[in-house]
Design a protein. Structure first.
Length: 215
């Protein structure tokens, strides 16, 4: 047995590890008894197939990218902090693909994935549920925790996005009726305007109608 190692730039090492991990997970069948580390070792010794690709994620503030804040490092997912200068170098690479993520300035919770991700993070789902408490549909008191995460504007539409101001908890019934002539908008986060096929409107603010207990 032998130990093989390499001293590489963090982003290169992370990308290589993710490729090896992807291959190893594809080998983990229900009958496979070896550990994931053993499968990763096999994936490394077998080489990387040309049809396997992966991506790394680098989070960096806009002010850092604009060279306005060199003291605020970027974060490479799976690795840790990276210097502002190296983040700008990666951002300028022709193969880099960047997208916007908005976070709550206090908690750091991601509140807007834009059109880069359909499924919300658990933190975003919990934030929306805590805001609304119950289903956002008219006259429905189903608890938010048992509802579906509903995109107010369908994600498939050009303005649809996975965001705090474009989402609400909806029971299956109120989620499905949007496919049968009902429409809904969200003028402000947590307020929903529903319009029935006959043109009747319902102004729903779930948390105002069923406020949480005072403790």
């Amino acid at each position: 047995m032998a130990l093989l190692g390499a001293f590489l730039p963090a982003e290169s090492a992370e990308a290589i590890y993710r490729i090896i991990d992807t291959i190893a997970r594809s080998l983990k069948t229900k009958d496979e008894t070896r550990t994931m580390d053993a499968l990763r070792a096999d994936a490394l010794s077998l080489g990387v197939p040309s049809n396997v690709c992966t991506k790394i994620e680098l989070r960096v503030d806009a002010t850092t990218l604009m060279s306005l804040d060199d003291d605020n490092p970027a974060v490479l997912s799976g690795y840790g902090p990276m210097t502002a200068q190296r983040a700008r170098e990666l951002a300028g690479d022709d193969t880099s693909e960047w997208y916007r993520i908005l976070t709550d300035p206090v908690s750091g919770v991601v509140i807007d994935h834009g059109r880069t991700r359909y499924r919300p993070t658990k933190a975003l789902r919990d934030l929306v549920n805590a805001r609304d408490q119950r289903c956002c549909g008219p006259a429905c008191n189903r608890p938010a925790a048992t509802c579906e995460f509903d995109h107010t504007i369908p994600f498939r539409e050009s303005e649809g996005k996975t965001a705090y101001d474009c989402a609400g908890p909806a029971c299956k019934f109120h989620n499905d009726i949007k496919e049968h002539g009902w429409t809904v908008t969200q003028p402000t986060p947590g307020r929903f305007l529903w319009t029935s096929p006959t043109g009747r409107t319902y102004d729903v603010t779930p948390n105002d109608e069923y406020p949480p207990p005072p403790f």
